[in-house]
Each structure stands twice: as structure tokens, then as C-alpha cells.
Design a protein around this ligand. Structure first.
Ligand code: SAM
Length: 348
């Protein structure tokens, strides 16, 4: 495949899309398998049974993934996040990470995990050079975590959080998908955690994406409402955004808090104009927008024509297709439709 326009992207080691956004961040969904069945991620059938999984041969091999990352870094990607499904359930993931960390020019590799297996491998992750972690946790109550995830796992996740803090991971971010009548009564408890521990507590708006059959307007809570509720606890002091903060608006809850609060508003306040991301789904497709279903089938390219040039051309095509912004809110108003990609394949 050839790039359609040789002047795109501009020459030099920087990937820029058609709207002048610099693309430097690649999210890799390593697998669609997961050890949890979160209500917002799976269908109702799957919550009580097994996930509709990709066949093993449909996943990219580690060799293929390393090839893609090598080419991507050469094109200007500097940051990679491993996600899934649950990245830590894929066999051999630590060896893969060690191999990836050897890629010259790649200095920032992070992981997003549900935390269940984290305590057992945190030291190895750190030794491999991964010291930045996002952990998903939607409740501080063990029974409720079980209701949301389908598994009794709160203690394990909490052990994982304690372990990475003890080992000095930084930042340690905790992602909470806020859902009215499900966990919104814990918003203040989560916020208070940032006053006790060096965690970035992140409140994420519930998105109507993929298999989730639970999304509706009543369950959704905007981050504006969350911020209003949290501000009852004290002053929200805006923090200077780090390169690592991504789309979150970050605050400290009182001057002495060791941690911070992040508010992520994919629906109420688009951050598309600042989006620097490209995603590789666990099915091996390049996806330039979380909430836009258009994808480039990189797996076929890797299996038929695994050259650097072909991978590069696929990446350029995906970035060319990156929309100026997602239209999900408008589409929902018109037709109530959601976006059809599956979170377990896209990786958030
Ligand atoms: N298994 C890992 C984990 O739990 O963090 C990585 C994959 S998970 C799909 C990545 C992130 O997407 C999690 O923080 C999860 O809470 C979030 N997520 C999944 N479905 C969502 C939805 N419908 N709305 C908002 N966030 C969602």
C-alpha cells in the first residue's frame, strides 16, 4: 500500500494529522481476554458467561507487535500504553515488555490494568522500566466491586495499588467510571483518597461504547457534576498539566494533598482538538479515534506484506483518517446509536 499523498505527513520525525495535531502516543490492546466482566464493558450475556473472544491466531503475535512499535517509534511515536482486555493476562507479557523497552527512542511505556494480577508482577514491571500505571477501580466496597466486575477481587486490586505505591511507581492513577445509582455515592470517598495517598484519582464519564448495554442518560454523570460535588470537600486547585496527563483536567484537593484528582470528559467536553493518540486494537486494526469506528486492517498487512514501508503506509492512512472530532454526542441525540467497537478490543 502506498501513502496517498507523499507530502503527508510532513517530513521529519513527527507525525502530524490533517488538523495539525501531533500524533506521538500509541495505545496497544494486547488481548481482548480479561479476567473481569465489568458491566460497562461486556454484554449482558457475557456478564454471566464467557466473552466473545478473538481466536488466538487473530491476535497479533509479540513479534508482529514489536515490529509495529519499532516502525511507529521511528515515525515519531514516543509513548506507548499497554491495555486490553487485560494486558497482564496475556502469557509472556513481561518478556514482551522487556523486548519492547529495548527499542531505541521509546522512553515512555505505561500500562492500564484492572490491578488483579498487579501485585505479583509489579517488581518485574519496574525492573523492565515500566513505572507508570493506571489501575481501574470503580468502588472501594468489596461487594460492589464484585457486582460491577463479576469477580470478588477488591482485595487483590488494593494489594496491587499498595504494592506499586510502595515500589515508588509514579504516577499511579486510579480510573473510576462514574455511574449514577451504581457508584456515584462513592465519589467523595474516592476524592478523599487523593488527600491520603499519592494517587491521581480520575473520574471518567461513562461512554456508550461497544457491547455495553448499561449506558443510558440516567446512569451517565458529567464531570461538571462530579466536580461540583467534590468541591464541597475543599478548594480544587488547578495543577499545571504534565505531558502525561493526557485529556484529564487535573486539580489538587487542598494545598496539602499528596495526590490529585483528574476529570476526563469524553462526552461533555471533547478533547479531540488535543488528541495525540493512535490505537492498535487486539484484532490488529489501527483506529485513530476511540469513538469513531473507522479502522485500518494492519493485521492483513503484517501477514501478507510485513515490511516497514507497508506498516508505515498503514499508519499514515490511519492518521489521515483521524476525524477532527468525534460526533458521538450529536449522533446519540439524533438516533440514540452508540459506537460499535468493543472496549475489550480497543482498550479504552
Ligand atoms: N483491563 C484494563 C483495565 O481494566 O484497566 C484495560 C482495559 S479497560 C477497557 C480500559 C479502561 O476503559 C478502564 O479504565 C475502563 O474503566 C474503561 N472503560 C471501559 N468501558 C468504558 C465505558 N463504557 N465508559 C468509560 N470507560 C470505560
Amino acid at each position: 500500500m502506498k501513502a496517498k499523498n507523499s507530502s503527508f505527513p510532513p517530513p521529519g520525525k513527527s507525525l502530524t494529522d490533517l488538523f495539525s495535531r501531533s500524533i506521538s502516543y500509541l495505545r496497544l490492546s494486547l488481548t481482548d481476554r480479561c479476567n473481569l466482566r465489568c458491566i460497562y464493558c461486556v454484554t449482558e450475556d457475557e456478564s454471566s458467561g464467557s466473552l466473545t473472544k478473538l481466536k488466538h491466531e487473530e491476535l497479533l503475535t509479540y513479534e508482529e507487535l514489536l515490529h509495529v512499535v519499532r516502525v511507529a517509534v521511528n515515525m515519531g511515536i514516543t509513548k506507548v500504553r499497554l491495555t486490553g482486555g487485560e494486558p497482564l493476562v496475556r502469557r509472556g507479557v513481561l518478556d514482551f515488555i522487556r523486548d519492547m523497552m529495548r527499542i531505541e527512542g521509546l522512553d515512555d511505556v505505561r500500562i492500564t490494568t484492572n490491578g488483579v494480577l498487579l501485585a505479583g508482577c509489579a517488581q518485574e514491571l519496574l525492573d523492565a522500566g515500566v513505572s507508570k500505571v493506571n489501575i481501574s477501580l470503580d468502588s472501594l466496597k468489596a461487594k460492589r466491586v464484585q457486582e460491577i466486575t463479576g469477580i470478588d477481587c477488591f482485595d487483590k486490586v488494593w494489594q496491587g495499588i499498595e504494592k506499586v505505591l510502595a515500589l515508588g511507581f509514579s504516577p499511579v492513577k486510579v480510573n473510576m467510571v462514574a455511574m449514577r445509582h451504581i457508584n456515584d455515592d462513592e465519589i467523595l470517598d474516592f476524592a478523599r483518597l487523593s488527600q491520603q495517598l499519592p494517587l491521581q484519582m480520575r473520574f471518567i464519564e461513562f461512554m456508550p461504547i461497544g457491547a455495553s448495554s448499561r449506558w443510558d442518560k440516567d446512569t451517565y454523570i458529567s464531570t461538571d457534576e462530579i466536580m461540583e460535588r467534590v468541591s464541597a470537600l475543599g478548594e480544587l486547585i488547578p495543577m499545571q498539566k504534565g505531558r502525561a496527563d493526557g485529556p484529564a483536567k487535573v486539580f489538587r484537593l487542598g494545598a496539602d494533598a499528596p495526590g490529585s484528582l483528574g476529570f476526563i470528559s469524553p462526552l461533555s467536553h471533547h478533547f479531540c482538538d488535543r488528541c495525540n493518540r493512535l490505537r492498535l486494537t487486539s484484532a490488529g486494526s489501527l483506529r485513530s479515534c476511540l469513538l469513531h469506528d473507522e479502522e485500518v486492517d494492519l493485521r492483513s498487512i503484517l501477514r501478507n506484506q510485513p515490511t516497514d514501508e507497508a506498516i508505515q503506509a498503514a499508519m499514515i492512512e490511519a492518521i489521515r483518517n483521524k476525524p477532527r472530532g468525534h460526533q458521538l454526542t450529536e449522533r446519540m441525540k439524533q438516533s440514540g446509536s452508540d459506537c460499535h467497537g468493543r472496549m475489550s478490543r480497543i482498550g479504552g
